[in-house]
Design a protein around this ligand. Structure first.
Ligand code: ZN
Ligand code: ZN
Length: 535
């Protein structure tokens, strides 16, 4: 999420989600900290989306829950955002406005133009934001794909035109700065897909991101060419392909498409299924297919399975486990292993394309965005070598403020940033305490002593019971259990009647005593949750 402000006007560019790494246990998604936006709610004039990927639109429901502002996006971007708002019951209130390349519009002092650029998703673009101080070019995610499947090539003319007139600052995608050369076209995967489909004797299952309309179009064309029936499996895949077909952005010839429940009735060599779940997400369609746990489709010997996506760091284990399951069932798996032609190409510009962007724009100031710090650093270095930037290059991190005025640009202060963890379903934020607790449970387990106390006498009715999960196998450690019982009994013995009657106090005393004991005996610090039953 980036904010651009001029006097009393603030516009938001993109609001994404991040998928948590393993250290954020059980957290479903991570959204940006909205503190600054909340504090400046009155000044927010618009939210503008560069394209429909989750890391650019996924946080929209959470932002619109607090901020009342129109949302601008290209048609396909808004089409992907709409169902998210519906899920959160926000679609009635949301003011979604289409924007189109070459059709600039004004928001307060800003004049905004979407400049079409290619990316792994269709309807993606840069934003040219003209302010009273000069023009800003914010690239969003891009690559210069000369042969996109929808034939909508990057609008280099408009970029160059802005460059010619003078751009105050360029904010450019740094994701692939470490890669030499040019990123291959989305069409790059079609050669490999065609090889696989042409040679397949059995079914072909291809997995990719459900927003990759370029890939879905390639697959749909291959289905028709090789006389296979096409189906989309998985909720997001089904939904997004429907949206794209309705919008005329995905073309499937009549009679080619079948519903997934009909797959089992078709001869295996006539099936081409596009299945969601390229990251091995445990509940996704592809993972279920791999372990024969899907309603309509199971992996069979001689199936060709294609995973057309990169392995997002953190997902390696899940993906490779899934691939193993497919091999066990006799299927053959084609994944992004460096083989050529590739089953996947990146959606981000490599270094030659980044150089071209810098040369077209030749900004006064340059700010690399989208990437880890090393990538921002290398992008800055690349710009310096080119001498395409007449003024300064700023290496900014999340929360840094950059200020522009008639005299130039300089670092401002910082605004609060950070990650807010969300448990989907509860719709609530997950605080640090909860995360710490989950971490503790995952490492050292949980122990629940159950103590029955007579409410009148304050005495124990039966011997304490102890159950545990993820700690040590208690059935194999009778001595440990017995000693823990003694610890509980002694704690109660040395407590007075009032303490025992006050459950909060006695629970805390038992917890402290057991914690100390388990730490001594086992070196572990499980979470201890005493339960007291009144009898
Ligand atoms: Zn993207
Ligand atoms: Zn992105």
């Amino acid at each position: 999420m980036m904010l651009y402000e001029y006097e009393d006007h603030l516009i938001v560019v993109d609001c994404g989600v991040m998928f948590p790494d393993a250290e954020l246990l059980g957290v479903d998604i991570v959204i940006p900290d909205l503190t600054y936006l909340r504090e400046n709610r009155e000044r927010v004039r618009a939210i503008i989306l560069t394209h429909g990927h989750e890391d650019h639109i996924g946080g929209l429901p959470y932002v619109l829950d607090e901020i009342d502002a129109p949302v601008y996006g290209a048609p396909f971007t808004l089409a992907l955002a709409r169902p998210k708002l519906e899920e959160h019951g926000l679609s009635e209130f949301a003011d979604l406005r289409e924007m189109h390349p070459g059709k600039p519009f004004e928001i307060g002092p800003f004049r905004i133009e979407l400049v079409h650029l290619t990316h792994s998703i269709i309807d993606s673009g840069a934003l040219a934001i003209t302010t009273p101080l000069g023009a800003i070019l914010h690239t969003g995610d891009f690559k210069f794909d000369p042969t996109p499947t929808d034939r909508q090539v990057s609008d280099l003319h408009t970029l160059a035109e802005y460059g010619r007139r003078g751009v105050l600052a360029l904010f450019s995608d740094s994701t692939n700065v470490e890669r030499p050369g040019m990123t291959p076209s989305e069409r790059g995967v079609s050669e490999r897909f065609a090889e696989i489909v042409a040679e397949a004797k059995h079914r072909v299952l291809i997995s990719c991101f459900s927003t990759s309309m370029h890939r879905l179009q390639i697959i749909a064309d291959l289905a028709q060419e090789y006389g296979r029936r096409l189906c989309f499996v998985g909720r997001s895949m089904f939904r997004n392909s429907e949206i794209a077909m309705q919008m005329g952005r995905l073309h499937v010839r009549e009679g080619v498409l079948v519903h997934p429940q009909e797959i089992s009735k078709l001869p295996a060599n006539q099936v081409l299924a596009v299945v969601a779940g390229s990251q091995g997400e445990p509940m996704s369609a592809l993972s279920r297919v791999a372990v024969n746990n899907h309603r309509w489709i199971a992996a069979e010997p001689n199936d060709e399975v294609v995973i057309s996506a990169r392995v997002i760091p953190g997902n390696e284990k899940a993906i490779f486990r899934m691939i193993d399951h497919f091999y066990r069932r006799g299927a053959r798996v084609h994944y992004h292993d460096g083989s050529y032609p590739p089953v996947h190409v990146s959606g981000h510009a490599s270094s030659e394309e980044l150089r071209l962007m810098l040369n077209l724009i030749r900004p006064k100031y340059f700010i690399p965005i989208h990437g880890e710090y090393r990538q921002l650093y290398r992008h800055a270095e690349l710009a310096r070598e080119l001498a395409a930037v007449s003024g300064e290059i700023f290496l900014l991190e999340s929360g840094d403020v950059l200020e522009f005025d008639e005299n130039g640009a300089r670092r401002g202060g910082r605004v609060p940033v950070g990650r807010v963890c969300i448990d989907v379903g509860s719709l609530g934020e997950v605080g640090d305490v909860i995360l710490k607790e989950r971490r503790r449970i995952s490492e050292d387990g949980i122990v629940i002593p159950i103590i029955a106390i007579n409410e009148h006498t304050g005495e124990l009715e039966v011997r304490p019971e102890i159950v545990s999960r993820g700690f040590v196998p208690l059935d194999e450690a009778p001595d440990l259990v017995e000693s823990a019982r003694q610890v509980i009994l002694r704690t109660i013995e040395v407590s007075n009647l009032e303490e025992v009657a006050d459950w909060g106090v006695i629970k805390e005393k038992i917890r402290t005593a057991l914690r100390k004991y388990f730490d001594q005996e086992t070196g572990k610090r499980p979470m201890i949750l005493p339960v007291i039953l009144e009898v």
